[in-house]
Write a protein that binds this ligand. Sequence first.
Ligand SMILES: *[C@@H]1O[C@H](CO)[C@@H](O)[C@H](O)[C@H]1NC(C)=O
Ligand SMILES: *[C@@H]1O[C@H](CO)[C@@H](O)[C@H](O)[C@H]1NC(C)=O
Length: 956
Amino acid sequence: MAAALGRWPLGLALCCLLGASLAVDRGNFKTCEQSGFCRRQRRIQPGNSPYRALLESLELGPDVARMRLVNEATQVPLLLELWGLSGNVTRLRIQELNPLQPRYQVPDVLLGEPPAERLEVTGRDEGTLELALGPGGHRLLVTERPFRLDLLRHRELLCSVNARGLLVFEHQRRRRDSLADKVSSVWDKIKSLFRRDPPKDPPGEEGAAQEGPEDGAGSTQSEKPAEPPAEPEEEPGAWEETFKTHTDSKPYGPTSVGLDFSLPGFEHVYGIPEHAESLRLRPTEGGDPYRLYNLDVFQYEVFTPMALYGSVPLLLAHRPRLSLGLFWLNAAETWVDIGSNTAGKTLFGKLLDYMQGGGETPQTEVRWMSESGVIDVFLLLGPGPADVTAQYGRLTGTQALPPLFSLGYHQSRWNYQDEADVEAVERGFEEHELPLDVIWLDIEHADGKRYFTWDPSKFPNPRGMLERLAARKRRMVSIVDPHIKVDGGYRVHSELRARGLYVKTKDGNDYEGWCWPGSSAYPDFTNPEMREWWANMFAYDQYEGSTEALFTWNDMNEPSVFSGPEVTMHKDARHFGGWEHRELHNIYGLYVHKATAEGQIRRSGGRLRPFVLSRAFFAGSQRYGAVWTGDNTADWEHLRISIPMCLSFGLAGLAFCGADVGGFFQNPGPELQVRWYQAGAFQPFFRARTWTRRGASPWLLSPEHLAMVRAALRRRYALLPVWYTAFYRCHRQGIPVMRPLWMEFPDDPQTFAMDDQYLIDRVLLVHPVTEPDALGVNVYLPGEGEVWYNDETHEQHRAPQTLYVPVTLSTIPVFQRGGTVIPRQDRPRRSTEAMRNDPFTLYVALSPQGTAQGDLYLDDGVSFDYATKNAFLHRHFSFANGTLTSSSADPRGSMSSPAWLERVVILGVGRPDSALLTTHDGSQTPLQFQHDPARSVLTLRRPGVPIGADWSISLR
Ligand SMILES: *[C@@H]1O[C@H](CO)[C@@H](O)[C@H](O)[C@H]1NC(C)=O
Ligand SMILES: *[C@@H]1O[C@H](CO)[C@@H](O)[C@H](O)[C@H]1NC(C)=O
C-alpha cells in the first residue's frame, strides 16, 4: 500500500479517496531540476566533450582492451575497458583510474563474469583505432579526440557512444575545508578585481567547463605545480542538497556519471520500467527525463516519466531487421533522456563511408545520467528481438519457473478481517463456482504489524486455517514487509538490533523512520548475514503458524519510509561495507525479494519452488518471483496502462507481471470490473486486489456480470497449459511470456507502437476491451499471408488486416495464430491443483499451407525436480500432410502423468473420410469425428492416449 495513507486515519483517507480528484502529489517527488546531478548534467551542451582517448595507452589482454581517457579540462584520468562478450554482447566500463575512494560497482545482478571473446586490433591510424570483437563481425572504432566509440557490424553502424560529447564523470575530490575555502574565495575575489571581463552569472557547469583549460591548466598549475589543478567552482548543493525539509549531507560531493548513445536508423525505443507509460518511450525534450528511482508513489498518474516502485535500466531499440539493447548497470538514482535526431548531424569524417546513403537517417539519442557509481554498459546486439532478451537473460538470469498454482487466480483485499472472513470468502468462491488458488492477507493480519506474527484474536489458529485451505487445494499469501517495528518486546527487532543488522544513519545509529507499524527500523538486506537471518525466519518453526501452503508478499521495499525524503530512505544512510544508500537504492528491494525467496526454498530443504511477489525490483529480480504494477486506481486509464506496463516489464526480463484487477484505489463500476477480469485473465500474474468488499467479492455483482467474471476465470484456467509452457520457455530462453507484436513480426512497422494488443507466447493474440460502452474494437492481425482464428467462434481471418470485431460485455477478443497447436484443459475446477491430472484438448489451427506446430510442458508444478531430476514432459505436436504427430521435444525429460488426450480440434480443415490413430506400439484405431463445414472445424473424439506418449493421427 502507498505511503500517504499511513499518515491519515483510515476514515479521512477514504473520504479523500472517494472525492472527485485523485492525483499524485507531485510536490513530494523531485523533478530533474530539483535533483542536483540531473540539473548539472542536463545543462551540459552537446558537442564540447573534454574527453580524449589515449590510444597509445592501449593494453590488449586476452579478452579485454584497456586504455586511458583523460578529461582535458581537469587532467583527471579515467580507465576505459572494453570486452566483446560471447553471444553478441559488448561491454564497456569507465571508472576513475585513481579514485579517492572505491566507487560502487553493482554486485549480485550478473550471473557471473560473462565469457568473453578474443579481441584483436585490426586497424590503426592517426586518431583512431579499430578492434575486432569476436566472430560476430562486430568491430569497434575508438576515436581519440574527442573520445568516441562507434560499434559496427560489418559495414553497418549500430551504435555510437559519446558522439554528442555528453560523457560525464564527476571524479571524487576532497572538500575544501572551510578555512581553505575562505582563503581561496578571497583569492578568487582578488583575482576577479584584476580581470577585465565582467563577472559571470553564478557559475554553472558550462561556465566551469569553459574556465577549466584557462584557469586550471594555466595559472593555478604554476602556483601549485605538484597538485592537480584546482577544482572548478561548485554550484550550491554540490556538497549538500536540500529537498523540502530533508537535507542530504553529501560527504563525497558530486560523483555523478553520464553517457550518450546514438542509435542510427532507430525510431522506436522501449523498456526502462517502471513507468506508467506507453510501451514505446516518448522523446523527453522539453520535459523531464524518465526517472529510475524506486519510490512509493501514492496514486500514481499515467503517461508521465516519473519514477515508480521498481527500476530496470535496460532499454531496447527496434527497427526492421535489427534490435539492440542498452543495459546500464547502475543502482543509483538514474535519469534517461530520449531524443530524436538525424544521423547526418552527428557523423563525421570517414564514418560517413559506413552510412548507407548518408543523409537524413532518423536516429534516436539516449542519454543516461546516474548520481554515482561507475559507467558499466552492456550493448546487446541482437540481431533479433528474441536475441536481445536472451542476451539479457544470459547476463542477469531468466524468470524463475513459477509454481503452477501461482498462475491461477489470486484474491487480495485490504483487509480480510479474521479467520472467519477468510473462510467466508473462500466459501463464496466455492458456492459461485469461481476458481481460486490463493487468498492474500495484508498488513492487519500480523500482531501490530509485527511481520512473522499473527494477530492473536483475529488469527488465533493460522495453521488450522492454512490446512483447511490446503485441503481444498488452495493456498495463502501473507505480507512480510521490510520495515521492522521498533519494539523491544518483538523478537525480530531485538535480534536485528543486537546483531547490528539494521541500516545505519550517517552517524552510525540504527536508521529509523515512520512506516505502517509506527517507528520502524530497516534491515540491511545488502548484508549477506542479514539475508541469511531473514531466510531462516521462514522455517516452519521460526515463522510460527506457517505451513507449506503459505507464501509471501514483499510490499514497501523501495524502501518506503513515510518520514523520509521522497517517501524513501535518506541517501546518506549507511549500509554494509560502509556504502551510502545513494549508491544502491534501486537494488535494495531486489535483496528483500531474494532473501525471502531463498527462505522459502530453504524451509522445504531445497525441494520446493518459492512464490514471492515484490513491489520494488531491479535488474535480476526475475530470478526471485513475481512483480506487479503497484497501487493502481479503478479507472479505465489504469486498466489500459496495465498492458504497456506489463509488456515493458516483460521486455526487461520481468515476465511474471500483473496489475491489480479492478484497481486498488476507488470502486470500479460493474462494467470496468468485468473488463478488468477479462484483461487480467490474459496477463501473467492474475490477482484482484482492492480495499472494498464489492471488489473482493464478485458475487456481489449482478448475476449477468458474475457470469462474465466466471467465464473470464474459466478461460484463464483452461489456458493454463499454454501459460505454463510459455513460462517454461521464458525460463529457459529469456523470451517474455506476454510479448509485443513486433517481437514476432519484427519487420512490420505497424506493430511497433501498439499499447492495446499483444501476444501470449507466439500463439495467442489478445486485444482486451478497455473502453467503456464498447461496441467493437479494431484488431490488427499481422503476418503477410497468415491466418488467425477467433478463439471462441473459430472463424478464420486473413492477415495482414485490421479487423473490426463487434463486442458485447462478455467478449474478450482473442485469436489463435494459424500454424500453431495449443493444449487446453477445458474442465472447470476449483483450482490449478484440482486440474493437475485432467485430460487435455489440442487446438490445432492450420496455416494456409495446412501445417501447424506447438508444444506442451508439464511437471509436478511445485518442485525443482524438473531441473534436478529431469522430471518433466515436453511434448512437440506437429501437423503436416494430413497427419498430426506427438513426439518428445526434449528427450532428457521423463515423468509419468495420468493425464490423457481427450479431444483434438483442428481448425481450417476439410472433412476427411477417416481419422486413424496410431500409437507408439504400432496399433491403429479409427477415431470418431464431427465436422463443421461452415467453420471448417474438425473435432476428433477421445483419442484416449496418455499425454506423454508418442502417437500420430492421420486424416484420409
Ligand atoms: C550474433 O549475430 C549474428 C549476426 O551478426 C547472428 O547471425 C547470430 O545468430 C547472433 N548470435 C547470437 C547468439 O545472438
Ligand atoms: C509432406 O509431403 C511432402 C510431399 O509428399 C514431403 O516432401 C514432406 O516431407 C512431407 N512432410 C512431412 C512432415 O511428412
